[in-house]
Write a protein that binds this ligand. Structure first.
Ligand code: SF4
Length: 435
């Protein structure tokens, strides 16, 4: 049986696409391997949100070519494939196939053709295939099932390449989403569901919105935890928060990317909300859900960002006190509107120093929040043995904190929810005792 190795960069949506491709290839008689030597086929599932990520893919292809020459089949899928399409194939003739984000269902065809010496390229917008139920995703050993509810994005934030790589918004039918939830729970024994979309709040299918999807999924029997990612602040509304509050199995964990604390920069980014709109939503969430965990994304060094804009961002970070933050330097991306802004570019050294101030501040906030968890009891979904210490188990709280604890009797309980008491903490993780 031909063996393939899949390497995944980027977000949960890419991880989910990789799981689908693994499932399809296995159905078609291929075997997955983690060994580079054993693999006959390499599938690189790529991310293009930042320039650095794209460079990594190009360098990985270079390494494979140098190491194996024509001895292996190498293909690219995902966002870089959608973004560059035919040009990628022309630029790197070594590639045997290129599949865009909406063409991953063609993976077996692409690999089979490549094995017969034929190249394959497809980056079309296959909407009908996106609605087909995904009961073939490879989730072996997983305790969480990713389920895509909406793909693509219509927001066109001026820095973001996603609308060009993942296409326009397309909501999947609710009945198909429920099929996939039932399949994960009943056939694969998975009790945590993570609903995915570039902007889940934009879900709109036959009059149903995202709050309806969340409610229906959480009411399914044996669904112990429901999470969702990502929310756009402009669409985040009170009804959604009330649905979360009314269902114990919906994790009160909200990722609400703000990107900048400055109204001037938010406008240039095309984010469609102001600083005070955003802060009002944070207040509304905390009023209804006092026990919730909020995380965010911030970009520093956007064109035209001045010190005062950055201080506005720091002011939000200090006042909201996020449970987790993902922060980046602005990265110019092809086809995005920000490339045409006439503002002065922020130098790399200034952007780096702003990023380091922001991250240092967040580390302190996060550490203090973790310290406040010591001696408290939290339910944790056990995910696996710890990679560093096989005598320990690793799980996650509802707030997505990574928790390590001695295995003891819980070794048989991977996939279950247990209570633990937090004993020691770092900025990144928690150590606990099983109760
Ligand atoms: S909402 Fe903005 S940042 Fe998010 S995927 Fe869409 S365009 Fe990109």
């Amino acid at each position: 049986m031909p063996k393939f190795k899949i390497e995944t960069w980027g977000c949960q949506m890419n991880e989910y696409d990789s799981q689908k491709m693994v499932g399809l290839l296995k159905q078609n008689g291929f075997t997955q391997t983690e060994s580079e030597e054993e693999a006959e086929v390499f599938i690189l599932n790529t991310c293009s949100v930042r320039e650095k990520a794209v460079h990594k893919i190009h360098s990985r292809v270079g390494v494979l070519k140098k190491r194996y020459g024509e001895g292996k089949i190498v293909g690219i899928c995902g966002c870089v494939a959608s973004q560059e399409g035919r040009a990628l194939m022309e630029k790197i003739p070594y590639l045997k196939f290129v599949l865009g984000t909406r063409s991953t269902h063609l993976i077996a065809k692409a690999v089979n053709r490549a094995m017969n010496g034929l190249k394959f390229l497809d980056s079309n917008d296959h909407k009908i295939e996106m609605d087909a139920p995904v009961t073939f995703a490879e989730r072996t050993g997983k305790t969480k099932a990713y389920i895509s509810i909406i793909e693509g994005c219509d927001n066109f934030c001026t820095y973001c390449v996603v609308p060009f790589t993942r296409g326009r918004e397309h909501s999947r039918p609710l009945s198909i989403i429920l099929n996939e939830v039932r399949d994960a729970v009943e056939n694969q024994g998975i009790h945590e569901i993570e609903l995915l979309g570039q902007n889940v709040n934009s879900y709109d299918y036959e009059g149903k919105g995202f709050a309806d999807v969340l409610e229906v999924v959480s009411n399914q029997p044996d669904v112990q935890r429901v999470r969702f990612l990502t929310s756009h602040p402009k669409d985040f509304n009170e009804r959604l928060v009330r649905v979360i509050a009314a269902h114990d199995n919906i994790c009160p964990t909200i990722h609400l990317p703000m990107q900048s604390g400055s109204d001037r920069i938010l406008k240039k980014m095309g984010r469609q909300y102001t600083r005070s709109d955003y802060l009002d939503k944070i207040k509304m969430i905390r009023d209804i859900l006092p026990e919730c965990w909020i995380s965010s994304d911030f970009i520093v060094g956007f064109p035209g960002e001045e010190e005062s804009d950055f201080l506005d961002t720091m002011d939000v970070i200090q006042s909201v006190k996020y449970d987790n933050l993902f922060s980046f330097k602005y990265s110019p991306r092809p086809r995005t509107a920000a490339l045409k802004l006439r503002d002065t570019l922020v130098s790399d050294s200034i952007a780096s120093s702003r990023l380091s101030v922001l991250q240092h501040t967040q580390e302190q906030i996060q550490l203090n929040k973790h310290l406040a968890m010591i001696n408290h009891v939290y339910p944790v979904l056990i995910e696996s043995f710890s990679k560093k210490n096989p005598k320990r188990l690793t799980g996650r709280t509802e707030g997505n904190h990574v928790v390590h604890f001695e295995a003891g009797r819980a070794a048989q309980l991977i996939g279950s929810i247990v209570d633990v008491r937090i004993e020691t903490v770092t900025m990144a993780s928690l150590k606990a005792r099983l109760l």
